[in-house]
Design a binder for this molecule. Structure first.
Ligand code: 4AD
Ligand code: MG
Length: 432
C-alpha cells in the first residue's frame, strides 16, 4: 500500500492508500462516521462503516476529537457528493497523538477575532487560512517569476539602515552598537545603486513602519517587492506596474482557483483585471473625492477615507500620478512644467482595497537632489553614498514598491490585511 498526501489522492482512485494527518471534523451516528482529515495539503472525507473496520478501530474513531493526529488506511473512491469529488472508505486507523485533557480551543462556532489572533498558531490550520496561505505562496512565486523572466536581478537591500526613506513619523529605531539605526521602511535607495550597476534590479523582503493607524490596511511589518529600472521614466513605471499586477492576478486565477472558490471570491472581479487600467492625475482624483462626499484641499494627502472612496470608484486598478511635491518624499523627480508637482504614481486596487503600489521617477541631477535632501533636513553623512550615485553614471531612472499583503487581501477578497500574513504585526499585537 502506498503512503501519499491528499494533494495526490486523485492518482489513486480504486486503490488502497495510507494518509497521515489531523482530524478536522468528526461526525458519527450509530453504524457510520464521517471523518474529515486534513494533512496540510488538503482536506478529505473518510467514511467509516462499522462492518468495514475492526471493532477496535470503530471504537477508536468514536473517541477522536479535533486535531488528533492519525494515520488512516483506506480505499480511494469517486464520490460526486463529497467535497473535492473523492473520499476514502476507511479500512483501519492508527492514533498518533490524542491530547485528552481539554477540548481543542477553536471549535466550529463563532469566535471573536482577538481570540483567534491570540491562537493564530492554531487558527492557521483552518480551511480559510489554508486557502489564503496557499494563495500567498503563489503570489510570491509569481512575483519572483515575473522578475526573473523579465531580466531583473535579485539585489537584496539591507534591513538595518542608517537612513530614512519614507519619512520620520513611521520609523522603528534600534540601538546599533552604540549608534542609532532604523529598521528598513523601504529598500528603494539601495535598489538605485543596483539599477545603475545591473540595469534592472529588485528586492523583496520585510519592511517596517511604526504605523499608528489601526486600519484594515496597515501592518507594522509587511513585505514589499521593489523593482528599480535604469532609464525608466514615469510612464515606464506605470506600464511596468500594470503588466506586473496583471501577471500576478492571472497566475492566481490559473493556479489557485480552487482556493479562491474556498474563500467565496467572486472570480469575475479578478477575470476583468486586464489592460488598460485607469490613469488619472492627482487633480482629477481630488475632484472624484470631493464629488463623493470628501472634503479635500489641493495639497492634502489621501487618508483612509479618501483611499476607500478612490478605490471604490473604479472597477479596475487606477493609477494616480503627478502629486503635489509637498506630500511626497524628497527623491521624487520634479515636473518640469509645474515645479509644485512630482512625477510620482500610486496604484489603487478596486473594491476598497486601497493603495497597492507607490512609485516614481527619481531625481537624477546631483545638485537638485542635494538641495532636496537638505530641504528635508536629512543628515548629509548618512546619505552621502546615495547622492554620490548622481555623480558617476547618473541617468533618469524609476521604480515602485508593491505591498504583498495588500495585494493578497485584494486578490483573496478578505476583509482585513492581518489574515494575509502568517503572524501579523500591528500597533497592538506582537503575539504569537
Ligand atoms: O507607497 P510606499 O510608502 O512606497 C515606498 O516605500 C517606495 N519607496 C517604493 C519604491 O518606489 N520603491 O509603499 C509602497 C507600498 C504601498 O503602496 C502599500 O501597498 C505597501 O507598500 N504599504 C503597506 N502595506 C501594509 N502595511 C503598511 N503599513 C504599508 N505601508 C505601505
Ligand atoms: Mg504610498
Amino acid at each position: 500500500m502506498t503512503e501519499t498526501t491528499i494533494s495526490h489522492i486523485k492518482e489513486f482512485i480504486g486503490k488502497e492508500v495510507k494518509l497521515k494527518g489531523w482530524v478536522y471534523n468528526i461526525r458519527s451516528s450509530g453504524k457510520i462516521a464521517f471523518l474529515i482529515l486534513r494533512d496540510g495539503t488538503g482536506f478529505i472525507q473518510n467514511v467509516v462503516v462499522k462492518n468495514e473496520v475492526s471493532e477496535e478501530d470503530f471504537n477508536k474513531v468514536k473517541l477522536l476529537s479535533m486535531e488528533d493526529t492519525i494515520a488512516v488506511d483506506g480505499i480511494v473512491q469517486e464520490s460526486p457528493r463529497a467535497p473535492g469529488g473523492v473520499e476514502i472508505l476507511l479500512k483501519s486507523i492508527e492514533m498518533i497523538n490524542h491530547y485528552k485533557d481539554e477540548e481543542y480551543p477553536i471549535q466550529k462556532k463563532e469566535h471573536g477575532v482577538d481570540f483567534l489572533l491570540n491562537n493564530r498558531h492554531l487558527w492557521l490550520r483552518s480551511k480559510k487560512q489554508f486557502a489564503i496561505m496557499r494563495i500567498r505562496d503563489e503570489v510570491v512565486k509569481a512575483i519572483r517569476d515575473y522578475m526573473y523572466d523579465n531580466e531583473y536581478i535579485l539585489f537584496d537591500s539591507p534591513i538595518f539602515t542608517p537612513t530614512v526613506t519614507e519619512g520620520t513619523t513611521t520609523l522603528f529605531e534600534t540601538e546599533y552598537f552604540g549608534n542609532k539605526a532604523y529598521m528598513s521602511q523601504s529598500g528603494q535607495l539601495y535598489q538605485e545603486a543596483g539599477a545603475i550597476a545591473f540595469r534592472k534590479t529588485y528586492c523583496f523582503g520585510p519592511t517596517f513602519r511604526a504605523e499608528k493607524s489601526k486600519t484594515k490596511k496597515h501592518l507594522t511589518e509587511f513585505w514589499m517587492v521593489e523593482p528599480e529600472i535604469a532609464f525608466a521614466d514615469l510612464n515606464d513605471v506605470i506600464n511596468i506596474s500594470e503588466d506586473f499586477v496583471i501577471y500576478i492576478v492571472q497566475r492566481v486565477l490559473e493556479k489557485k482557483s480552487n482556493e479562491l472558490k474556498m474563500l467565496g471570491r467572486d472570480l469575475s472581479k479578478l477575470e476583468m483585471i486586464k489592460k488598460p487600467f485607469y490613469r488619472i492625475t492627482y487633480d482629477e482624483a481630488l475632484d472624484i473625492i470631493n464629488g463623493n462626499g470628501g472634503k479635500m484641499e489641493w495639497g492634502d494627502d489621501f487618508g483612509a477615507e479618501e483611499d476607500t472612496i478612490l478605490s471604490k470608484n473604479f472597477d479596475k486598478p487606477v493609477f494616480i500620478h503627478h502629486f503635489p511635491k509637498k506630500i511626497k518624499p524628497f527623491y521624487m523627480e520634479i515636473d518640469q512644467e509645474n515645479p509644485d508637482l512630482v512625477l510620482g504614481v500610486d496604484m489603487y486596487a478596486p473594491e476598497g482595497y486601497g493603495e497597492l503600489i507607490g512609485g516614481s521617477q527619481r531625481i537624477y541631477d546631483y545638485e537638485r537632489l542635494l538641495k532636496e535632501a537638505k530641504k528635508s533636513n536629512l543628515n548629509e553623512d548618512d546619505y552621502k553614498w546615495y547622492i554620490d550615485l548622481r555623480r558617476w553614471g547618473s541617468c533618469p531612472h524609476g521604480g515602485f514598491g508593491l505591498g504583498l499583503e495588500r495585494t493578497i487581501a485584494w486578490i483573496t477578497g478578505v476583509e482585513h490585511i492581518r489574515t494575509t500574513i502568517p503572524f501579523p504585526r500591528t500597533i497592538n499585537r506582537i503575539y504569537p
